[in-house]
Design a protein around this ligand. Sequence first.
Ligand code: 5AD
Ligand code: SF4
Length: 436
Amino acid sequence: MNVADTEIVISLLQDSGYSHCSKMEEADILLINTCSIRENAEQRVWGRLDIFRREKRNRPGALVGVIGCMAERLKERLLEREKMIDLVVGPDAYRQLPRLIEEAGTGQKGVNVLLSQEETYADITPVRLSKNGVSAFIAIMRGCNNLCSYCVVPYTRGEERSRDPRSIVAEAEDLAARGFREITLLGQNVDSYSYSSGSRKVDFSTLLEMVAKVDRGVRIRFSTNHPKDISEKLLQTMAGHPNICRHIHLPLQSGSSRILSLMKRSYTREAYIGKVKLIRRLLPDCAISTDIITGFCTESDSDHTETLTLMEWAGFDFAYMFAYSERPGTYAAGNLPDDVPETVKKRRLREIIELQGDLSLRSKRALMGSCVEVLVEGVSKRSQNHLFGRNSYNQVVVFPSAGESPGDYLNVTIEGYTSATLTGRRTGTANSTGSQ
Ligand code: 5AD
Ligand code: SF4
């Protein structure tokens, strides 16, 4: 989501006559787009600001700006602690950036962290940062109304707003015309996408179908689904369109119903299992990945075991796993004790990562000998003679190059795997997408 936002910021600034450069030493304005989701994300930003401070000492004329979630959350602290910061701009105020930069140029601080109920940047064509020219993001909504008790997002990104589907389809058409071959629709909870115009209401399934029909040679992905909201209708839409990738990111967070209730996730262990069964029934050939938070308030060893057993049962293909990080201002920070000792959080996280390592290998092993469709993204980092791309399940596949180009769809027979990648051999050109 932050990459997608950065692309919007670059576009807005280009419209005002600025140009984007990638080397800090060449920049007149240094902007850092920030994330507040866990404490260590913020720590990394403070570290980066140390580098900016040194740069500014060498070039006092340069402007430094903090944008995004940390700007929203820590406006005062940023301005107090880092005297060199000239701009503090929240996620809904990017249109103001050109004006705020002008102000900052005259020695004032340029600050705007107002959140909006309407801003979706629907009319802005993002400047694509993707180097391969193959895959692009489209943000379909902003903000979140779910108020999970651990999460800072509803406070830093504001209330949920859905973008006009016509602007989304137009953006997808533009990407397809420019040769992009994969589009990922982004929202904090795509299942609650909803846009009404007159008597017509567009939900996420309808939007997904509209985007999938733009060009059958363009693959569609989306993220993130919410287990409480993901619907049969969405799965049927996926089943009806081979160019919608067979992958669902369905954050579990915890396998214990007691912890899920404290997290205010609005589903139980059993309900989550029910959603996975529904996916398996309607889309037997669909990868499922997840997010897990370990060591949440009051989590016991038996709660932790419930997470492990559910992971094992679901056989997740991939997972993002985190130790709980208390975020100021959230319901959990104010009302629940962060009482799992750091050493226990770390041990449980290790156990979860280890189990997921096995599950990820199992998921790759299951593909041995089969043929998958791969969208080529570029040359492998490890070897000039190999290319890499992704299959429909979002797994990276590496194979010997025979002069193919980024954007080509190929059939690759899987012959090996490591924890991170599948390896294989090309067995043909795929002329449709999403076959496997
Ligand atoms: N501590 C740890 N992980 C968190 N996430 C969100 N908030 C926190 C927190 N306070 C994780 C969740 C979410 C992912 C984007 O980040 O797993 O799905
Ligand atoms: Fe945070 Fe929950 Fe919204 Fe995800 S759904 S962004 S975890 S509040």
